[in-house]
Design a protein around this ligand. Structure first.
Ligand code: HEC
Ligand code: CU
Length: 485
């Protein structure tokens, strides 16, 4: 205890040094608003701030306007919520959600911040807003015991998208329980108009049990210190942005994502599969804007604003492109876009032919018997199926079909298709998403549609049916064809 408080005092002293060192703002870039001018702007209006839960963003007083004084009332609530199906976690929240409530302001606004610590909570907390110019970003001024309320004031001298978080010792623990959120400081004239805005924040979580271990999982300090999270998620839980919870937009609309990273430790390689960000405000600042970006880096305790136009319909997948975090630890979301197809931009799959080059078509795998291109017997088809399995399925379902707990269901002795061969044909032909139960365990993930011909898919299905202790069986290409939607 003594050691921790000494460290946190040291941090404050260090922060204070920085603030006196570079916070005096005597010279500013001429393109950027002069903060001294901003500080002088008179405020004639006081309003209660509308705060929103993720993935939504407040829409009040958007666009060009005069500065106002906001009354922000934010309550800290400690509560048990879902991490993933069957797994719960004791989250500490700003406003009842992870990330915490979104705060929307403009350069030159003033905030009268009321931080309330619910009487039902067990611990003291505070808030460090990266948008604040002042000691600890408000941390010392806002230190609040359960059943108390702290009030402090600040003026927004810098525009951009900023993280806020709890900074009570042990800081890493408070953040890893979910204590972070975003505050937006728009330019005087407001941000350019877009059709849809969303609020998404990544975070890493450290639990006593492994990923998928059921029950209420306590926080694990050692794993946090080792930076080995069991969960990496968007908006506080696995599946918070998938299927029915997906973000929604329409073809032709422009979308702005306010993306933050609460950490506490990992840096996010944020990517949206199937889209290119037309515009990125790097690190949530205003001057360095990059165009045509595939993946943007979001530091722990940092943010980014990503904008794009939706040109074709489909399900776009949000990921941390450190990809096992997406497919094995939860950092995966969806944006579903509806509207007319545009074949000139994206055709979808047009044809699927057998590829059999002249004189070629002999594939050899060391230790396997040689197979000619068009297999005839069941054995040949199974060997060809094994090649396809190694090419495609193995990455998720693993070499022995054992799957990955919590992420990819087993194909070995799977009760999912044991009684009904049509079920495996259907999944392999069309992909699968949403909740499924396999051998008593729940999965809620996405199996992508497989791009192979009907013949090839029938081979791989036969390989699965005749391997891994499964019961055997035969499938005709026509059955695959009939199952395709
Ligand atoms: C990118 C990862 C991925 C790949 C590649 C993949 N699957 Fe899947 N598969 C999944 C996921 C995830 C599920 C569960 C989907 C859900 O939760 O709704 C699944 C479910 C299944 C199921 C039903 C559940 C079960 O375990 O019996 C079958 C059968 C299946 N996959 C077979 C295959 C075959 C055969 C291939 C290769 C042709 C393949 N998958 C490729 C991820 C994948
Ligand atoms: Cu806290």
């Amino acid at each position: 205890m003594l050691k921790l408080s000494t460290i946190s005092f040291g941090l404050f002293a260090l922060a204070a040094l920085f603030i006196t060192g570079c916070g005096s703002k005597t010279s500013v870039d001429s393109d950027e608003p002069n903060t001294i001018e901003v500080a002088k702007e008179e405020i004639h209006e006081t309003r209660k701030a509308e705060l929103t839960s993720p993935p939504f963003v407040p829409r009040q007083l958007v666009g060009k306007r005069k500065p106002v004084k906001w009354i922000v009332e934010l309550e800290i609530i400690e509560k048990v919520m879902k991490m993933t199906d069957g797994v719960e976690y004791n989250f500490w929240t700003f406003g009842g959600t992870v990330p915490g409530s979104f705060i929307r302001t403009r350069l030159g606004d003033e905030i009268e911040f009321h931080l309330k610590n619910s009487p039902d909570n067990k611990l003291p907390h505070n808030i460090d807003l990266h948008a604040v110019t002042g000691s600890g970003g408000g941390a010392a001024a806002s230190f609040t015991a359960p059943g108390h309320e702290s009030v402090f004031n600040f003026k927004l001298l810098n525009q951009g998208l900023f993280v806020y978080h709890c900074a009570t010792a042990p800081v890493g623990m408070h953040i890893a329980q979910g204590m972070y959120g975003l505050i937006l400081v728009e330019p005087k004239e407001g941000l350019p108009k877009v059709d849809k805005e969303f609020y998404v924040m990544q975070g890493d979580f450290y639990t006593k049990g492994k990923n998928g271990d059921a029950g209420l999982q306590p926080f694990d300090m050692q794993k946090e210190v080792d930076e080995k999270p069991d969960y990496v998620v968007f908006n506080g839980s696995v599946g918070s942005l998938t299927n029915d919870n997906a973000l929604k937009a329409n073809v032709g609309e422009t979308v702005r994502l306010f993306i933050g990273n609460g950490g506490p430790n990992l840096i996010s390689s944020f990517h949206l599969i199937g889209e290119i960000f037309d515009k990125v405000y790097i690190e949530g600042g205003t001057k360095a804007v990059n165009y045509n970006v595939q993946t943007t880096l979001i530091p722990s305790g940092g943010a980014s604003v990503c904008e794009f136009r939706i040109d074709v319909p489909g399900t776009y997948i949000l990921v941390d492109h450190s990809i096992t975090r997406a497919f094995n630890k939860g950092a995966l979301g969806m944006l579903k876009a509806e509207g007319p197809e545009n074949k000139a931009i994206y055709s979808g799959k047009e044809t699927d032919n057998i590829y059999a080059p002249e004189g070629g078509g002999v594939h050899e795998i060391p230790g396997e018997k040689t197979v000619v291109n068009v297999p005839k017997t069941l054995d040949e088809k199974i060997v060809r199926g094994k090649q396809i399995f190694a090419q495609s399925c193995i990455a998720c379902h693993q070499a022995e079909g054992q799957g990955v707990p919590g992420a990819f269901p087993p194909l070995a002795q799977s009760d999912y298709f044991a009684k009904d061969i049509n079920k495996i044909i259907n999944v392999v032909a069309n992909g699968l998403s949403g909740e499924v139960t396999v051998n008593g365990k729940k999965y809620n993930n996405i199996m992508p549609k497989q791009v192979f011909s009907d013949e090839e898919l029938s081979y791989v299905i036969m390989y699965v049916l005749n391997s891994f202790g499964n019961k055997g069986g035969e499938v005709k290409p026509e059955q695959v064809k009939a199952a395709r939607k």
